[in-house]
Design a protein around this ligand. Sequence first.
Ligand code: PMP
Length: 387
Amino acid sequence: MKHRKLLMIPGPIEFTPEVMRAMGMPTTSHVAPSFVDCMGQALERMREVFLSPAGQPFIVAGSGSMAMDMAACNVIEPGDNALVVNTGYFSDRFGAILERYGARVTHVKAAIGNAPSLDEVEAEIKKANYKVLTVTHVDTSTAVLTDVKGLAGLCRKYGILCIVDGVCSVAGEELRQGEWGVDIVLTACQKAIGVPPGLALLVASPKAIETFKNRRTPVGSYYSDWANWLPIMESYENRKAAYFGTQAVNLVWALDVSLEQILAEGMDKRFARHRLMSDAFKAAVTALGLKQIPVSADMAANTLTAPYFPAGVDGSVLPLIGEVGVILAGGLLAEIKEKYFRVGHMGVVNASDILSTVGAIEAGFAKAGYTFEHGVGLAAAQAVLLK
Ligand code: PMP
């Protein structure tokens, strides 16, 4: 009997054996030559994974919220106008962080499951002198995917810094920081990057770094201040040890392994695999008669799916699915929290994970008394996978 369950939540996710082995290696000094090489290489690889050849990468111990904090505090000065393209829970959080550093924040918000249109955002941009626009690429609370390419284009047109919360997208959804002209892309390591939680990751454009260097006021956070971290990152990339705060040594070893695996697959192939896994899973969900939160297919993320429970089923089905061996997540958005669930399918996810998950959902739903033709979800997923 296998006791290990499949973790299909929107982060943390399943990790590769090679990544887990790196986590278990004897911890080196954070200034050991071997670690300096590893950190330097991981920084270089981040540029390739973020598709940001001119970007400045940062690797700092912390979670995704810490990366959001670092993005906000280094470019915002008290009184700056910031526009939040709001698609849910994590957009609200970005607004709160920006306010904490003194920004005057405006939200452009859409109804649940929808994202503000480019026209709506542009109309708001014209009303004030915005310095920064933030957007959540994939809002993990709703599985809504935003048009980062379009929004970054608007930011360039109006000279606004574009900050993308890519915590639930980087290394899964198509995101081309350099080509699309995004100024800051941030993420955390526990999602599609494929490393156990604990690293805040960020890549800043030359324009974002210049904005930071031209500040008139000190950065409001001591730990997140780029004045502390920029020389450290530059030094490691030049293969010289440097100290501001102790690096999360084993996590960085694991990150370097995972970035190598990501690049070995290739970014375009990786984006395509995420689309295929998502299409297969969403076909199953639809065949089982479930509706999803995103209002249309082009607004639905490829890294996770957020289906509503069907009539007569509620969150008590999730432990039943867990008993079959697959862990899923409940709802997160306060207004509809009890009405839906979330399934993550990112990182190393493969066809057998998708089929196992659909099978476990069918088993749980059947036990919960939901009536459907057994196997209909599996057949729909398989049809997409075998196409
Ligand atoms: N933004 C998004 C889109 C997220 O999904 C999350 C975490 N689920 C965060 C930010 C915050 O990351 P963390 O929990 O690692 O602080």
